[in-house]
Design a protein around this ligand. Structure first.
Ligand SMILES: *[C@@H]1O[C@H](CO)[C@@H](O)[C@H](O)[C@H]1NC(C)=O
Ligand SMILES: *[C@@H]1O[C@H](CO)[C@@H](O)[C@H](O)[C@H]1NC(C)=O
Ligand SMILES: *[C@@H]1O[C@H](CO)[C@@H](O)[C@H](O)[C@H]1NC(C)=O
Ligand SMILES: *[C@@H]1O[C@H](CO)[C@@H](O)[C@H](O)[C@H]1NC(C)=O
Ligand SMILES: *[C@@H]1O[C@H](CO)[C@@H](O)[C@H](O)[C@H]1NC(C)=O
Ligand SMILES: *[C@@H]1O[C@H](CO)[C@@H](O)[C@H](O)[C@H]1NC(C)=O
Ligand SMILES: *[C@@H]1O[C@H](CO)[C@@H](O)[C@H](O)[C@H]1NC(C)=O
Ligand SMILES: *[C@@H]1O[C@H](CO)[C@@H](O)[C@H](O)[C@H]1NC(C)=O
Ligand SMILES: *[C@@H]1O[C@H](CO)[C@@H](O)[C@H](O)[C@H]1NC(C)=O
Ligand SMILES: *[C@@H]1O[C@H](CO)[C@@H](O)[C@H](O)[C@H]1NC(C)=O
Length: 481
C-alpha cells in the first residue's frame, strides 16, 4: 500500500516536472475572426489543442468563441474594442455590465480568462489621439467592476501597446523613448499596471520595422546570422531587429521610470502575402529564428538571460476582412491559411515536430467564378475593380502571390473572390454577363483561387442570442423526455 502511494507520488512528481518544463516559455497565439467565412470556433479550439497551444489572445469577447474555449485548459485574453473605451471611461456602470456580460458568465463556466485587454492597440499612430483620453479611465472602471465582482485576483487588466509607441534616434536602443505625443499617457498606463501588478503588453514587429525603415535590412529582421549588426554605444552590438526593438523599449521604460515592469510580447509575426517581402519562405525563416531565440533563453544585450514573460504569435489564421489601411499584408499574418492549413513547418515547442492542420474542414462546392473572355471584354476591368471593393484582392497587389497574373487572369481572380465571399450564389457570378462558373481550378503556381468555407451558423449572429439558446435548450429537453 505504502509502496503504491510512493510510486503514485513519484509519477505525479514526474508529471508535474514534465508539464512545468514544457511550459517554461509560454507561446500563445492571437485569434481574430475578421473573416467573411471564419472557421467554426469549435474547429479552431480543436486546432489549438492539436498543436498543444495553451494560450490565446482574442480581440473581443465573441460569445461563441468563449463558449468553445470552455473546459479547454487554454488561458484566454479577451479584448475590449477601442470603440467601447469612451463609454467605459465615464461610467463604472458600463464597466460593470461589460464584466457581467463578458466575463462573469464564462468564468462561472469553465473558460479560463487570464487577462482583459483594454483597447486594441489604442495608441497606434494611424488612429491619431482619438483614444488617448479614455484608455486609462476605461481600465480604472474595469478594475472597479472586477473588484465589485470579486474577480480582481483571477483576471488581470492589460493595455496593449503598438509597435510604434516607442522609438529611437538612428536605431540606437540607448536613445529609446516613448513617442512624445503619448509620453504622458504612457506614464499613466505604467502607473496603472504597476499598481495592479499587471504585465506590459506590447507588439514588436520586425516586419513593419523593415517595411517602414530602410535601415532595417531584411536579413536583420529575419534573425539571419549573415545580417550586418547595428552598433550601439557601450560596445553593445545588435544582431537582429527583435533585440534592437526590445532594448529600445527597455530604455523607454527605464527613462519613464518603470524599468521593472514585466513584459509580454502580445503580437509578433510575419505576413505571407500582400507586400514584396511578405512571403511564406520569409515567414518560415522569421518564425524559426524567433522560436530559436526564445528557446535559447539568451535574452538581449540590455537584458541578458532574461526573456519576456510570454509571446503571442500574430496571428493564428488569415482573415480576409481585416482593415488594410496599414497595407495589404494585414490579411495574411496567419500561421495557418483561412481554412486552418499550416503555411510552413515550424517547431512550436521544443520537441513537438511541425504543425497539425485543422481536420475535416467543410468547404463550399469545388466551383469558381472566372471571366468569360469569349465576350466583349470592354467593361471587364471596371467590373473587376467593383468586385474588389466588396472582396479580397490583396493578393493582386505588387509583389503579392497573384500579381503576375496578366489581364484578364486578374479579372477572374477578382470575380472569384467576390463569388466565394458571397457564398457562391449564382447571381454573384454575373458581372454584367461576363462571369462564368467553372469546376476547373484556375489556380496557377503560388496564386491560389480559394474555395470558401461553409458559413458556420454559430458565428453568423454576433452576440449571444438568448431566445435561440432557450429554444435549443427546450428542444434538447423535449428530445430527452
Ligand atoms: C474620463 O473619466 C474620468 C473619470 O473617471 C473623467 O474625469 C474624465 O473627464 C473622463 N474623460 C473624458 C475625456 O471624458
Ligand atoms: C460585451 O462585449 C461586446 C464586445 O466585445 C460588446 O458588444 C457588448 O456590448 C459587451 N456587453 C456589455 C454589457 O457591455
Ligand atoms: C538610417 O541610417 C542613417 C545612417 O546611419 C541615419 O543617419 C538615419 O537617421 C537612419 N534612418 C532612420 C529612419 O533610422
Ligand atoms: C517623457 O516623460 C519623462 C518623465 O516625465 C521625461 O523624463 C521625458 O523627458 C519625457 N520624454 C519626452 C520625449 O517627452
Ligand atoms: C525586400 O527585401 C530585399 C532584400 O533585402 C530588399 O532589397 C527590398 O528593398 C525589400 N523590398 C521592400 C519593398 O521592402
Ligand atoms: C569596447 O571594447 C573594447 C575592446 O573590446 C574595449 O577596449 C573598450 O574599453 C570598450 N569600451 C566600452 C565603452 O566599454
Ligand atoms: C480602416 O482604418 C482606417 C484608419 O484607422 C479608418 O479610417 C477606416 O475607417 C477603417 N476602415 C474600415 C472599413 O473600418
Ligand atoms: C459597358 O458599360 C457601359 C456603361 O454601363 C454600357 O453602356 C455598355 O453597354 C457596356 N459595354 C459592354 C460591351 O458591355
Ligand atoms: C513575377 O514575375 C517576375 C518576373 O518574371 C519574377 O521575378 C517574380 O518572382 C514573380 N513573382 C511571383 C510572386 O511569382
Ligand atoms: C489587371 O491587370 C491589368 C493590366 O496589367 C491592370 O491594368 C488592372 O488594373 C489589373 N486589375 C486588377 C483588378 O488588378
Amino acid at each position: 500500500m505504502a509502496l503504491q502511494q510512493y510510486s503514485l507520488m513519484a509519477v505525479t512528481l514526474i508529471a508535474i516536472t514534465v508539464s512545468c518544463t514544457s511550459r517554461v516559455q509560454s507561446i500563445g497565439v492571437n485569434w481574430g475572426t475578421t473573416a467573411s467565412h471564419p472557421l467554426p470556433p469549435s474547429k479552431v479550439v480543436e486546432l489549438l489543442k492539436l498543436n498543444k497551444i495553451t494560450k490565446v489572445k482574442l480581440f473581443d469577447s465573441n460569445p461563441q468563441v468563449l463558449e468553445a474555449l470552455s473546459g479547454s485548459d487554454i488561458d484566454v485574453t479577451v479584448g475590449i474594442p477601442n470603440s467601447m473605451l469612451r463609454s467605459l471611461n465615464s461610467s463604472v456602470k458600463a464597466a460593470e455590465s461589460w464584466v457581467h456580460d463578458n466575463l462573469t458568465r464564462y468564468l462561472s463556466g469553465r473558460t479560463r480568462i487570464e487577462y482583459v485587454a483594454v483597447g486594441d492597440d489604442p495608441f497606434l499612430q494611424t488612429y491619431g489621439s482619438q483614444f488617448y483620453p479614455f484608455v486609462v479611465g476605461a481600465a480604472i472602471s474595469i478594475e472597479a467592476a472586477l473588484i465589485r465582482a470579486k474577480l480582481q485576483k483571477k483576471v488581470k487588466i492589460v493595455i496593449p501597446c503598438s509597435f510604434d509607441a516607442f522609438q529611437s534616434e538612428s536605431n540606437l536602443p540607448s536613445t529609446g523613448h516613448f513617442r512624445p505625443d503619448i509620453n504622458k499617457t504612457m506614464i499613466a498606463v505604467l502607473n496603472f499596471l504597476t499598481k495592479t501588478d499587471s504585465p506590459f503588453f506590447v507588439t514588436i514587429s520586425p516586419f513593419l520595422s523593415h517595411y517602414q525603415n530602410k535601415n532595417i535590412s531584411l536579413d536583420f529582421a529575419l534573425f539571419k546570422e549573415s545580417a550586418h549588426p547595428h552598433k550601439d554605444t557601450h560596445n553593445k552590438s545588435y544582431k537582429n531587429s527583435f533585440d534592437l526593438s526590445y532594448d529600445t523599449l527597455i530604455t523607454a521604460l527605464t527613462v519613464a521610470g518603470f524599468p521593472e515592469v514585466k513584459i509580454v510580447i502580445s503580437q509578433i509575426g510575419w505576413p505571407t502575402d500582400g507586400a514584396p517581402n511578405a512571403t511564406v519562405a520569409n515567414a518560415e525563416i522569421f518564425t524559426k529564428g524567433l522560436f530559436n531565440h526564445i528557446h535559447s533563453q539568451k535574452g538581449t544585450p540590455l537584458r541578458p538571460r532574461v526573456m519576456p514573460l510570454e509571446f503571442y504569435i500574430y496571428t493564428l489564421v488569415d482573415e480576409d476582412q481585416r482593415n488594410t489601411s496599414m497595407g495589404n499584408f494585414e490579411r495574411h499574418w496567419g500561421l495557418f491559411t483561412f481554412d486552418g492549413q499550416a503555411k510552413y513547418e515550424v517547431e512550436f515547442f521544443r520537441g513537438v515536430k511541425g504543425l497539425v492542420n485543422a481536420q475535416s474542414v467543410d468547404y463550399l462546392a469545388p466551383r469558381w467564378c472566372v471571366v468569360n473572355n469569349n465576350l466583349d471584354m470592354m467593361n471587364a476591368s471596371v467590373r473587376a475593380t467593383e468586385a474588389c471593393m466588396n472582396a479580397d484582392c490583396t493578393a493582386l497587389s505588387p509583389g503579392s502571390s497573384c500579381f503576375n497574373l496578366s489581364w484578364p487572369g486578374n479579372v477572374s481572380y477578382a470575380f472569384n473572390s467576390y463569388y466565394q465571399e458571397h457564398d457562391q450564389r449564382a447571381e454573384s457570378c454575373d458581372f454584367g454577363g461576363l462571369g462564368m462558373i467553372t469546376t476547373v481550378d484556375p489556380s496557377v503556381g503560388d496564386c491560389r483561387f480559394n474555395v470558401e468555407l461553409k458559413a458556420s451558423l454559430s458565428v453568423m449572429f454576433h452576440g449571444f442570442n438568448f431566445w435561440h439558446y432557450l429554444i435549443s435548450l427546450v428542444l434538447t429537453i423535449l428530445m430527452l423526455l
